[in-house]
Design a protein around this ligand. Structure first.
Ligand code: HEC
Ligand code: HEC
Ligand code: HEC
Length: 312
């Protein structure tokens, strides 16, 4: 009995020694948390403060919002643009040509058009990198569409989920025309300003207003199989075509009427930097391994340097 107590006492002593040394070496969790918090404190620039003043953003919300705005651009998908903000545009888009681009890659669809450009009408192209670049949203970019069969390094299935009832990243979504590299950050700007933003303000965070230019990411791009030489219908007239992009006027109703853009006409009078000096258009190739690679220096946004690239 005595022997046993002696053993227990010794065990407790050793245990506490171990614990004390652990604390000495690693510190208590409490200190570490305090350090983390100190590190994370966000200072707003004078510019950001002025913007938030103008938008009347509550002081308590500013740090959290600015953190979202400063993040690396990332594709979030059309469903996120719908959310509680752009229902009429989303409803119009799903009925528009760009809301149905993924299906064109399936076997047996638009046979004649495929045959004309020597594509195999019975082949499934829904995982073919070249096609995915122009028929989906953000393929091979941060947050962008991932086709069936995509896996993480550990072998986990990372393919984008496709819901036929709710078109999203698998089609040519909002971000392919409205962003340099995805809309996660300017979405935060729109929300914080409650729609009261200028073109310049969203441009800083990766929205683009060079519409006629951005169409050439796909239409008339040198890598598209569907060129005017093949058929007259592929000639691209911007003024005519832009009218068909999203006929949102037809989709206002009781539920979304409060989403009408009060500042739209005011914004239309502004000229954004991207309109003065259009952004560069990505060039890309398919490498030996069949992967799509963007050619260096042709992307409109350099995420390492955080700079925009304009056309030369
Ligand atoms: C560089 C961008 C680009 C690439 C790459 C691309 N497409 Fe397209 N595709 C387009 C554009 C733009 C249109 C619409 C052309 C138009 O109507 O003026 C289109 C239209 C189509 C159409 C409809 C044509 C019609 O007349 O009905 C099919 C089918 C199609 N693409 C399949 C494919 C397949 C399959 C691939 C891959 C082998 C592919 N595309 C690669 C941009 C591209
Ligand atoms: C194929 C390209 C394209 C796609 C895809 C697209 N848009 Fe647009 N969007 C445009 C163009 C072009 C205009 C300008 C139209 C004009 O000037 O008449 C525009 C204008 C807008 C405007 C008005 C902006 C302003 O303040 O003046 C909103 C809002 C908008 N789009 C939302 C969306 C949403 C939401 C989606 C996706 C559900 C979407 N767009 C998909 C090309 C596109
Ligand atoms: C990411 C690639 C991409 C971009 C960017 C893009 N388009 Fe398209 N567009 C397509 C594809 C693919 C189709 C084929 C849809 C089909 O045939 O059903 C298409 C079809 C269209 C059509 C329908 C043609 C028809 O008569 O059936 C119009 C209109 C159009 N685009 C306008 C525009 C405009 C305007 C812009 C720029 C503001 C633009 N697109 C930007 C890929 C793109």
């Amino acid at each position: 009995m005595e022997n046993r107590e002696w053993k227990m006492g010794r065990f407790v002593k050793v245990l506490s020694l171990v614990l004390v040394s652990l604390v000495l070496v690693f510190g208590t969790g409490i200190e570490a948390d305090a350090k983390k918090k100190k590190k994370k404190k966000i200072e707003l620039t004078a510019e950001e403060t002025a913007m938030f003043d103008k938008w009347e953003v509550k002081p308590k919300k500013r740090a959290k919002t600015v953190k979202k705005m400063r993040k690396k651009p990332k594709f979030v998908g059309a469903v996120k643009c719908n959310g509680s903000c752009h229902d009429a545009y989303y409803q119009a888009w799903i009925k528009s040509p760009h809301g149905n681009t993924f299906n064109l890659l399936k076997a047996g669809i638009r046979k004649e058009a495929k045959e004309r450009v020597k594509l195999d009408p019975e082949k499934d192209y829904t995982t073919t990198p070249l096609c995915l670049r122009c028929h989906t949203t953000g393929y091979r970019q941060k947050g962008g569409f991932k086709p069936a069969g995509s896996k993480s390094k550990k072998g986990k299935d990372t393919a984008s989920k496709i819901d036929p009832e709710e078109p999203n990243k698998e089609q040519v979504g909002c971000e392919m025309c409205h962003s340099v590299a995805g809309g996660s950050q300017f979405r935060a700007v729109m929300k914080a300003s409650k729609g009261n933003f200028t073109k310049a303000e969203t441009e800083q965070y990766g929205q683009r207003w060079d519409y006629a230019n951005v169409c050439t990411r796909c239409h008339t791009h040198k890598n598209t199989p569907f060129k005017p030489e093949v058929h007259d219908k592929y000639k691209f007239n911007f003024e005519e075509r832009k009218l068909k992009v999203h006929k949102f006027e037809d989709y206002w109703n009781e539920d979304n009427a409060d989403q009408k853009l009060e500042k739209k006409d005011e914004r239309a009078k502004q000229v954004g930097q991207t309109e003065k000096t259009p952004l560069s258009i990505e060039d890309f190739r398919i490498n030996d391994k069949g992967k799509l690679k963007f050619i260096k220096g042709t992307k409109p946004y350099n995420s390492k340097k955080k700079t925009f690239n304009y056309k030369k």
